[in-house]
Design a protein around this ligand. Structure first.
Ligand code: HEC
Length: 111
């Protein structure tokens, strides 16, 4: 039994099985990402909304959060929230998404 576990091909296959779902997940997370941001709403839908519209992060819309606060949190991260570097969201697009969020009305209440 232990000779089977010592087999490096078995180990490699096992490692690949663990890694593959991560690669697939990473690919789908931003599957429509063409590297081009088309304004604040587009960034919100492609990135922020994946958590902030699905109870993973707190609701951001309708709270009149100041845009400088939003950009600071997005660049630096905040506790459970990951940081988004300029290599991923450029300064202009981050400013646009912050303006979009700070002015967006509260989402309709869900039953
Ligand atoms: C991977 C999930 C995830 C994504 C994607 C995400 N956030 Fe967050 N965000 C969180 C979580 C979780 C918190 C709460 C952090 C905490 O308090 O531990 C948070 C908190 C915040 C806060 C602070 C809210 C408050 O109540 O003070 C702001 C502002 C924010 N996020 C902005 C953004 C913006 C802008 C984007 C898109 C560029 C974004 N987030 C993308 C998970 C995410």
């Amino acid at each position: 039994m232990s000779s089977l576990l010592d087999n490096s091909a078995v180990k490699r296959t096992f490692a690949a099985c663990l890694a593959l779902p991560l690669v697939v997940l990473a690919g789908t997370a931003f599957a429509d990402g063409d590297g081009v941001w088309k304004g604040g709403e587009n960034v919100y839908e492609k990135v922020c909304g994946r958590c902030h519209e699905h109870n993973i992060g707190p609701v951001l819309k309708g709270r009149q959060l100041p845009a400088p606060y939003i950009t600071a949190v997005a660049r630096n991260g905040l506790r459970a929230m990951p940081a988004w570097p300029a290599s991923f969201i450029d300064d202009k697009s981050l400013q646009q998404v912050a303006d979009y969020i700070s002015k967006a009305p509260a989402p309709a209440a869900k039953p």
